[in-house]
Write a protein of this length. Structure first.
Length: 304
């Protein structure tokens, strides 16, 4: 099983420049993309792993190979990446890149934050519902125009220039900057011919994920979700398969696991209560379900 990082401070130790606040619930980092003297950076991030927090990465003049969930991408432009908790992640340079002799002007700006940074009672799925680009099966990487890149860099510079003072007012200021960045990403992901949802299958998939991410009680069955969407279960499954390559049942399982992992890691809810919230009346069936899909039991996962 891949390693899980749940401490933002520990995770960002390799970054040359970072601003850490609010009991490690928020971090703003920047690093040159190919630092020949920073082998620890590559050693940590090139191995696929999970995190329990959200990430926004603005990569200038990108030439990284990045894995986010099931998506592995590589390009030579400036991009923004959005990564949810418990999405498999790795980042490494191309295999033919000479780090010692490379003079690339690339730079990575990363914002890491937990849902609770935006509010004590806010859960991961609420962030995904409010900002749909964080959903598990949406495109995790978007190209940036020159103007869009400069706009994000301006906001990041503004945050970095603020004097770091551990006060409520400073945290509120950073929250305001973060919310502004989240809203700007919303505009970028909704605009442009290559970024907008254009097919009926993608529209149905987006609507289905919205219902899943609004989860506040035991998850429903595929026929029940189809009924809420006024379509047949067969059409729902066919549309999601066409849009994502996965079945509706697989997406449902992914969201059950995301919700379960979040509650397990928080440590405030018993395994029996979590099983009930997911929709398992029998705790042993939930344990079998969790182990089948993660390779470990809920209790062992909590201790990772």
């Amino acid at each position: 099983m891949q390693y899980i990082y749940d401490d933002i401070q520990e995770y960002t130790q390799a970054f040359a420049s970072r601003t850490m606040v609010n009991n490690h619930k928020f971090c703003l980092c920047s690093i040159k993309e190919y630092p020949s003297d920073n082998k620890q950076y590559y050693k940590r991030y090139k191995v696929p792993h999970y995190r329990t927090f959200f990430e926004i990465a603005i990569i200038e003049n990108d030439s990284m190979q990045v894995q986010i969930g099931d998506t592995i991408s590589y390009s030579s432009s400036s991009v923004i990446e959005v990564i949810s908790p418990y999405q498999l992640f790795s980042m490494k340079p191309p295999v033919n890149l000479d780090l010692k002799n490379n003079n690339a002007s690339s730079r990575i700006y990363t914002i890491l934050f937990s849902a609770s940074f935006l509010g004590k009672q806010i859960e991961d799925y609420e962030i995904q519902n409010q900002y749909p680009y964080f959903k598990l099966h949406t495109l995790p990487r978007y190209s940036l125009t020159k103007d869009e890149l400069q706009s994000f860099k301006y906001l990041i510079r503004s945050m970095k220039e603020e004097p770091v003072i551990e006060t409520k007012e400073y945290s509120k200021l950073l929250k305001s900057y973060l919310k502004l960045i989240l809203l700007k990403i919303s505009l970028i992901t909704k605009n442009g011919d290559t970024k907008a949802i254009i097919s009926r299958s993608e529209q149905i998939t987006s609507q289905f994920e919205s219902l899943l991410s609004k989860h506040t009680s035991p998850f429903l069955s595929i026929p029940e979700y189809a009924s809420l969407m006024n379509i047949s279960p067969a059409y729902l499954t066919e549309s999601i398969k066409r849009a994502t390559g996965k079945s509706a049942q697989t997406l449902l399982i992914d969201y059950k696991l995301l919700f379960a992992k979040s509650l397990i890691k928080q440590g405030k809810t018993s395994i029996t209560e979590i099983a009930d919230k997911i929709g398992f009346s029998d705790n042993s069936n939930f344990v079998k379900f969790f182990k089948r899909h993660t390779g470990t039991t809920p209790r062992r996962f909590r201790d990772l």
